[in-house]
Ligand binder design. Structure first.
Ligand SMILES: [Zn+2]
Ligand SMILES: [Zn+2]
Length: 250
């Protein structure tokens, strides 16, 4: 299994960082965790086609995690007509807006989006995603206020477990890192956001984390990047700050 960091920025696109997007390849299938980067432009430059994407999992509807979804859905709906995909979004109200925009932007009144082929679904914690390659389970986080939702995601594939925290509550006031991160031997790789949490609020959690490796993304803060480098050797996990284009084999 291979994880590629397509976008690692802190919510603002930078000269060398797109916003949050990760690509997981396993069993010959391609999955995206968030699509906050301009995926339709990036994929051809990577020598890839968006027809390879089987499913997208959106942790929450903020544009820095979701903006690529509109363009992907539009292209697959209107151009790559032999391709089908599943797009799991945190809130159905978002996908209805995207579908409405695509129908409107077709320029042909009455055009209907192909909902059977480009399948938007609202994430339901009671219904993990499962196919022959991966299982994705969802854990609510306090990043977004009701009635909207935000999720961490646990991906199980090839006997490994990856935990993506998505965006968390400000300064972890909701203690919303999923507890599986604190269980011995459970998580092979954790991708933890470090945008909304000041260093002093992150510190108490570090000794508790039992993941083998932790990649802190969603930050460009020099202070936080230096802090992550200092973590190595102090805690039970290996720590790193990924850059765009970095890949991890698991
Ligand atoms: Zn974010
Ligand atoms: Zn957010």
């Amino acid at each position: 299994m291979k994880l590629t960091f397509i976008g690692t920025s802190d919510g603002i696109p930078r000269a060398d960082r797109y916003c949050t997007c990760m690509m997981l390849e396993t069993g010959g299938s391609v999955y995206l965790i968030d699509a906050g980067a301009p995926v339709c432009d990036i994929f051809p430059r990577m020598g890839r086609s968006i027809e390879e994407i089987r499913a997208i999992f959106n942790t929450h509807i903020h544009a820095d995690h979701a903006e690529g979804i509109y363009r992907i859905a539009d292209l697959v709906n209107g151009y790559y007509k032999n391709h089908e995909m599943d797009i799991y979004v945190a809130d159905a109200v978002y996908s209805e807006q995207v579908i409405g925009l695509i129908e409107m932007a077709s320029g042909h009144p009455g055009t209907k989006f192909d909902r059977a082929r480009v399948r938007f679904s609202e994430i339901d914690v009671a219904k993990p995603y499962e196919d022959e390659n991966i299982k994705v389970s969802y854990f609510p986080t306090g990043h977004i206020d009701k009635p909207y939702h935000s999720y961490a995601m646990l991906v199980e594939a090839e006997g490994k477990r990856l935990l993506f925290t998505g965006d968390l509550s400000k300064n972890l006031r909701d203690d919303d890192i999923p507890t599986v991160a604190f269980e011995e031997g459970m998580i092979d790789l954790m991708v933890c956001e470090f945008a909304h949490i000041r260093p002093e609020y992150m510190m108490p959690y570090l000794p508790r984390i039992k993941a083998k490796r932790v990649f802190f993304n969603h930050t460009t803060s020099e202070e936080k990047i230096a802090m992550v480098r200092e973590m190595n050797g102090k805690y039970s996990f290996a720590a790193a700050v990924p850059s765009d284009g970095d890949t991890v084999e698991l």
